[in-house]
Design a protein around this ligand. Structure first.
Ligand code: 13P
Length: 249
């Protein structure tokens, strides 16, 4: 099986003015050498100054969303090519906040991931069940369906990462049990194998996201089929984000 290098991605969401963003990016870039890959995903307004602050470092840059089209009359949107042009290597697509706030469905997410690939970006494709889905015993069905619907045919380990983020764990301080994370990640890998073949599934990185903190990162990152984390709130502190990075096995 191909080795999967752990990836810790920080999703800053809609946080930070220029001075904060530059200071945070600089502090992450200046952190001690970490045994995994680090990527930060600032809001669109901070991508250019963050790119400058990260230049020469080994920390990658990602967008939080992209449009499915390469260009055109889409007021307020940003294309994958524009992100790549600013120095991004990654883009998050299908985050639950986009699925909820902007009504994005699997087909939209699939098209955005495809656009990311066309621009040479690695798509971080987010999936995750709601609390009602989990309470009704539908977690594996819902998450498996999102994986099937959201991964475009050209997805492979080199251009795609899947992030499992249970909606009820995001920003809540609650996390699934290790057994629940293990079960869902195993199911995601099986589903990826059915969609894209076993070699792609074996090599693809699966991140866990939802209330990852320095205090719980080591336990989560040590689980089988967990190849990193997508971190929200804790990524706004360079110390916490780097501490999570240092927890990689
Ligand atoms: P929190 O780490 O704040 O729970 O957010 C997780 C998330 O949504 C990352 O994309």
């Amino acid at each position: 099986m191909a080795a999967r290098r752990p990836l810790i991605a920080g999703n800053w969401k809609m946080n930070g003015l220029r001075a904060d963003g530059v200071a945070l990016a600089r502090a992450v870039a200046g952190g001690a050498v970490i045994p995994c890959e680090l990527v930060v995903c600032p809001p669109a307004t901070l991508l250019a100054p963050a790119a400058e602050a990260l230049s020469g470092s080994r920390v990658g840059l990602g967008g939080q969303d992209c449009h499915a089209q390469a260009k055109g009359a889409h007021t307020g949107d940003v294309s994958a090519a524009m992100l790549a042009d600013l120095g991004c290597s990654h883009v998050i697509v299908g985050h639950s906040e986009r699925r909820t706030d902007h009504g994005e469905d699997d087909a939209t997410v699939n098209a955005k991931a495809k656009a990311a690939h066309a621009a040479g970006l690695i798509a971080i494709v987010c999936v995750g069940e709601s609390e009602a889905d989990r309470d009704s015993g539908r977690t594996l069905q819902v998450v498996g369906g999102q994986v099937e619907g959201s991964l475009p045919t050209g997805a492979r380990a080199a251009n795609t990462v899947v992030a499992y983020e249970p909606v009820w764990a995001i920003g809540s301080g609650r996390t699934p049990t290790p057994e629940q994370i293990r079960e869902v990640h195993g199911h995601i890998r099986t589903t990826v194998a059915q969609c894209l073949g076993q070699p792609a599934a074996d090599a693809m990185r699966l991140l866990y996201g939802g209330s990852v903190k320095p205090g719980n990162a080591a336990e989560i990152l040590a689980l089988p089929d967990v190849d990193g984390a997508l971190v929200g709130g804790a990524s706004l502190s360079a110390d916490d984000f780097l501490a999570i990075g240092k927890s990689c096995p």
